[in-house]
Design a protein around this ligand. Sequence first.
Ligand code: NAG
Ligand code: NAG
Ligand code: NAG
Ligand code: NAG
Ligand code: NAG
Ligand code: NAG
Length: 472
Amino acid sequence: MLYFVMFALCGWRSALAKDQTSKGRLSAPVLNVTSRELVMEANQTLQLHCRGQSELSWAFPVGVAKDQRSVRVVDSRCEGRGHLHCSSLTLSGAQPRHTGSFRCRYRHQHSKQTSLYVYVTGSQQPFVEVQTEVPGVVFMKEGEALVFPCRVTAPHIPVALIKFPGQRLVPDQKSIIWSSKKGFIIPSPSYRFSGLFSCETRLNGILHSAQYLTHRPVNKILDVYLNSTRPVRSLRGERLALTCTVTAEWNSRVSITWSYPGQVNDSASISRRIVKGTSSIMFLSVLSITELSRADRGVYVCRVRSGPVLRETNTSVTVYDRPFIRLKHRHGPVVNALAGQKSYRLSPKLRAFPPPEVIWLKDGMVAAERCSRYHVDGHALVIRDVAEEDAGLYTILVGIQEHGLYRNLTLSLVVNVKPQIGEKAVSVRDPGTYPRGSRQALLCTSQGFPPPQIHWLWHPCPQRGPPAAALA
Ligand SMILES: *[C@@H]1O[C@H](CO)[C@@H](O)[C@H](O)[C@H]1NC(C)=O
Ligand SMILES: *[C@@H]1O[C@H](CO)[C@@H](O)[C@H](O)[C@H]1NC(C)=O
Ligand SMILES: *[C@@H]1O[C@H](CO)[C@@H](O)[C@H](O)[C@H]1NC(C)=O
Ligand SMILES: *[C@@H]1O[C@H](CO)[C@@H](O)[C@H](O)[C@H]1NC(C)=O
Ligand SMILES: *[C@@H]1O[C@H](CO)[C@@H](O)[C@H](O)[C@H]1NC(C)=O
Ligand SMILES: *[C@@H]1O[C@H](CO)[C@@H](O)[C@H](O)[C@H]1NC(C)=O
């Protein structure tokens, strides 16, 4: 028994005439069914015949492919036409789950195909996919359409899309498209499409529904940091621990990987931890090396991936063989400052590891205690408002007590004082007049460091005009 309910959407595709004209080039195989769609009842048998110029094969709907026993394919040479290949497909006891597209194509050229969409209607089953208790999960991806795959077993079943808990979304065939062959398609889903949805229809008075939970995979890394962005300095044999902290949006999945110098030897152990916050989630990865060796020096990179997003951060690690202090003069043992200078910095070259203690002495006494204008900045001694009395011997003592390492260096500070003429401080008076031929002594007192040299210069007085003329 064999029934076909036809939806004659297009005319009979008589491609056979074309077959003969296109010599050599294959045209698509031809089905003996004219329409592109066909509706049949459950339990009926579907029989299709396909003809082509080369070996043929079929592609079935998912439901048929899972149910291989109900389908039978017979390939043959077509009767009366020596050069054509024929293939017939028989689906016996068709079921609603078999609804879908049947395609006949060339075995060696799949792109040349002819398809027929078959609806197998069942009185009990409007939806092709029968759901289990749990809602199906559909993924929302950036730039991709969202599909609620509630395709149906007959072309005109009215299906409604409901957003939980009861908002009916009406397809406008633009922002929400209904297709009996695909389900509901949302071409550009916005946030309002996150949540629980259901496709609903009534069949013979019974409500049928298919539920879907939309899931948006989140790939938003908010921040990535290492707990030490500055270069890490360490001694051989010491322990190293670096924490890479990744903050990401809730629901994000991230993978954290490290690349580091000892990777080939797996010299580090890595532990992970997740801390869930209210709006974000924190992933911690701790890389630790129990005993550093020289081979562990180099760049440590923490690489974070979440979907297509990649972020990384790094720090460099220096491993010293032993503790050290290197202390040298920067500009020789004698340095010069000028009295009245806002500030002066005594800073010899110092490199040391681990970080040392620094004490400055002035003439054998702790500098900072001698004068409130002295203070230590880093390893430098800064003198504010330089004065003549700041001249003297300064000693920097550098020590790393736990390793018994000590160094010192002494600098001599010379404070130069600009020469000053004492008489200039007194208000300038008219030199007055002196009798010709008298003996006069002019006094100049001057101060400064180094002691100033005094030169006398003579300038003739400017000529004065006659008083009468000046009054006129
Ligand atoms: C198909 O056959 C099964 C059992 O053979 C029967 O229960 C079912 O009602 C039939 N379906 C239709 C649509 O006839
Ligand atoms: C298609 O071919 C099959 C097998 O030869 C045949 O049983 C069926 O009736 C044909 N259908 C149509 C619409 O011609
Ligand atoms: C980084 O984190 C690790 C593990 O919490 C800790 O042992 C280490 O001291 C931290 N490093 C810095 C530079 O804070
Ligand atoms: C790896 O192990 C070998 C042998 O112990 C050692 O010579 C090499 O320096 C190590 N390399 C690194 C990068 O740790
Ligand atoms: C380490 O980070 C800096 C700055 O972010 C970057 O310029 C450098 O290329 C990185 N180095 C490595 C080895 O990844
Ligand atoms: C400075 O170092 C020398 C040896 O380099 C040492 O003899 C001297 O005692 C040290 N001075 C101070 C004040 O520690």
